[in-house]
Design a protein around this ligand. Structure first.
Ligand code: IFM
Length: 440
């Protein structure tokens, strides 16, 4: 089974699973309980049948994962109609099930993250490679050639920022599709040279040799929006041309979504206002692709336009603030994230707790304050403990070994409970950990 957006605590979102699981909840399991992480990804493997059906119904090849998932073989289960539009009095159409397509590469990303952190080859052989290949086949068929620009684009989507519907070239979506195809090409080469049997199996199942030719011909022509002269990456083709309004009343809101007391979604869609982290998600997931200057400039530009109307938003901002070394801001955002379900506004959990936000709180602490990352298959630790915290301790599973990590302002102590040494980077310095090691 998957984990619903509200877990089993309430009826909100009908128990459905979203990208919340792979991007916000799964990291906790990868590093704390890898067996459960594998089981969550197996749920997505079982969903391949529905994903293939969705691709076919939409005129694409490969596996196009549903935005909302329930029983694995159900395919897309996102409701089509939502709340009443305050301007027209009609029900609002929910477009996510049709065009919020980044879920497919989010799942491929999660498979990669799990594999690189655990080294679970058995999972890959049974499930993972097939998921990566078939999602890449989907993206290759989804790309649209723009003759005038000489590039492949992805048009008519909703990105993570759900206040912008029907946009072209949402940067997050394009970069993640590129990541998905590039990954499939790497695994293609790996299997072709190292595992001829497996290669044969997937080639027969998915016609991989043909797929690879298509990936190769398209990969470098995918449009990846670049920073402009002010270092700002356009969230999509039109975001930066939209009207800027004073968001103060909505930033200070008592209840999320207060902007909809004054405007409808169409109107909000025409303003530079975001529901949640979008470009920031891109920096978080593909952090090696962007310079610190670009990240900071975009953080400053987009955060003031972001209402954090989704519970998925604050934790990502907190982690980035930790990365920038702004401990105070990181802690402030972490506290706000923790208050979503644990704060004084008890009605915020009426429809159930926000399971992605709970995963996000763990991410703020372990990925943010402790600076744990998997980069290019290597484990990194770069602590930025909040000033008023004395100590942070947590277990961390890495490549089948359990590390017990404790961080204070003076030292880092790592107990490697396995016999084999573990290689990791501490503040950028390579270090071998055997037994109990103290780093001052
Ligand atoms: O997946 C999220 C989405 O990003 C924002 N709206 C709510 C969904 C479920 O939590």
């Amino acid at each position: 089974m998957g984990i619903g957006a509200k877990g089993l605590s309430g009826e909100g979102y009908k128990g459905h699973s979203f990208w919340d699981t792979e991007i916000f909840i799964l990291p906790f399991y990868i590093y704390s309980n890898p067996k459960t992480a594998r089981s969550l990804l197996e749920y997505r493997y079982l969903g391949l049948e529905g994903a293939r059906r969705k691709a076919k119904e939409n005129g694409f090849a490969g596996a196009m994962y549903p935005w909302e998932a329930a029983w694995p073989s159900d395919g897309e289960v996102t409701p089509v109609w939502g709340a009443v539009d305050i301007v027209t009095g009609e029900q609002t159409k929910i477009w996510s099930g049709f065009i919020e397509q980044h879920i497919t590469s989010d799942i491929a990303y999660a498979v990669w993250h799990y594999y690189r952190a655990t080294g679970d080859e058995d999972f890959m052989e049974r499930y993972g490679y097939e998921m990566i290949f078939d999602t890449a086949i989907f993206w290759a068929s989804r790309l649209e050639w723009d003759e005038s620009e000489g590039r492949y684009e992805i048009n008519e989507v909703v990105g993570p920022d759900e206040y912008k519907e029907h946009v072209d070239n949402n940067a997050f979506t394009n970069y993640m599709a590129h990541f998905n195809i590039e990954l499939a090409m790497q695994y293609y080469s790996k299997l072709e040279t190292e595992s001829p049997e497996l290669f044969k199996r997937y080639n027969e199942l998915l016609n991989l040799q043909e797929a690879r030719k298509v990936w190769e011909s398209k990969l470098d022509l995918i449009y990846l929006p670049q920073p402009n002269e002010n270092l700002i990456i356009p969230q999509d083709d039109t975001y930066l041309q939209k009207e800027i309004i004073d968001l103060t009343p909505y930033k200070d809101q008592e209840k999320v979504g207060s902007i909809f007391n004054d405007y409808n979604l169409d109107q909000v869609g025409n303003m530079q206002v975001s529901k949640q982290a979008d470009i920031m998600m891109l920096f978080f997931l593909l952090e090696n692709k962007f310079t610190p200057e670009v990240k900071l400039a975009n953080y400053e530009y987009y955060e003031e336009k972001t209402l954090h109307d989704s519970s998925l938003s604050l934790s990502t901002h907190s982690i980035l603030a930790s990365d920038f070394g702004d401990k105070e801001l990181a802690y402030h955002l972490f506290k706000r994230a923790a208050e979503i379900d644990l704060g004084p506004k008890v009605h915020s959990s009426d429809a159930g707790i926000h399971s992605a936000s709970l995963g996000g709180i763990w991410e703020c602490v372990v990925l943010g304050f402790a600076g744990v990352r998997m980069l290019d298959g290597q484990l990194h630790l770069a602590p930025k403990l909040p000033e008023h915290w004395e100590k942070l301790s947590f277990p961390l599973h890495w490549q089948g070994k359990l590390l017990e990590i404790s961080i204070t302002h003076e030292q880092i102590s790592i107990n490697n409970t396995a016999g084999e040494p573990v290689q990791l980077f501490i503040n950028g310095q390579s270090q071998e950990i055997k037994g109990n090691t103290i780093i001052n």
